[in-house]
Write a protein that binds this ligand. Structure first.
Ligand code: KMH
Ligand code: ZN
Length: 273
């Protein structure tokens, strides 16, 4: 089986230190968390950035500073900026990190609108998705197609037919968000069966679903994302001490199941970066 790509989503835009004090805010904290995750086995860092007080931002300048902190510590790691940002941000705000020089190798591209709980809606109209895809294509940035529901996979496939998204596609199947698809074996199979055969996919389980979904992905031949963005706990009721601790747990499961871990070099080859 192909080597396992582990993505560490170290920060997110919604989780805060009051929930887990190990959520990184400052560039230094982000650099440290990224380095430790890389050393533990992650080859991709999915990156959101914050002001020092924790406020989410998509500022290009802030991304530049944080990416420098990461690359100084681990030059080989692949940094995947978020273009989802935080709920309520404008498209212009969200897209800023793709205009960095040099452009990122890969960036997230959210493939639909989603209820995020309560009154919160994460808005991604078809026009937005097409525009983000075009802007990434012009800069030779590979989109990671973030799909929180089956309809979002279908949207990505329609946009591929229309030429907005190129082969081979890479998906991040996110299961267990309030308002998205359920984190169950049935639903993961349903999503995976829909994907083109030449595509690759990562699986993200939210909250308590993180490790069960990761284990399924390891067995099924998919890839895995973990991190404080998605889950604050290392086990039931026990807060994770770091992102690296979450990555280490995936590496342990993968070792037990006989799946080798991809280095950044392997990951670039698998994803065609
Ligand atoms: N923070 C969420 C609203 C992404 O990074 O592309 C969106 C998100 C997805 O995290
Ligand atoms: Zn994200």
């Amino acid at each position: 089986m192909e080597k396992l790509i582990i993505t560490a989503a170290i920060c997110g835009a919604e989780v805060i230190k009051e929930q887990n004090p190990n959520v990184p805010y400052t560039a230094k904290e982000i650099g440290n968390e990224a380095e430790a995750s890389f050393l533990a086995g992650a080859s991709i860092i999915h990156l959101h950035v914050r002001e020092n007080d924790g406020t989410p931002t998509q500022s290009k300048k802030r991304f530049r500073v944080c990416i420098e902190e990461i690359k100084r510590r681990c030059p080989d790691v692949i940094v995947m900026p978020s273009t989802g940002g935080a709920i309520g941000m404008s498209n212009e705000e969200r897209l800023q990190p793709i205009y960095l020089e040099p452009p990122p190798e890969v960036a997230s591209l959210d493939c639909g609108t989603l209820n995020f709980g309560g009154d919160e809606i994460f808005v991604n109209t078809e026009t937005t998705i097409k525009f983000f895809a075009e802007e990434m294509y012009k800069r030779e940035i590979k989109p990671e197609l973030e799909c929180f529901d089956k309809g979002m996979v279908d949207m990505a496939l329609r946009l591929r037919k229309k030429g907005f998204i190129k082969d081979p596609m890479h998906f991040n199947l996110v299961l267990g968000v309030n308002g998205g698809i359920t984190a169950s074996t049935r639903d993961l199979n349903f999503l995976v069966e829909t994907l083109p055969l030449n595509s690759t996919y990562t699986v993200t389980g939210i909250g308590k679903h993180e490790f069960p979904m990761a284990t399924l992905a390891i067995v099924m031949g998919g890839h895995v994302r973990v991190g404080l963005e998605d889950n604050l706990y290392i086990s039931k009721g026990k807060l994770a001490e770091s992102n690296a601790q979450l990555v280490e747990k995936v590496v342990r499961i993968a070792n037990e199941l006989g799946r080798d871990i991809a280095s950044p070099y392997d990951t670039r080859k698998i994803l065609g970066l």
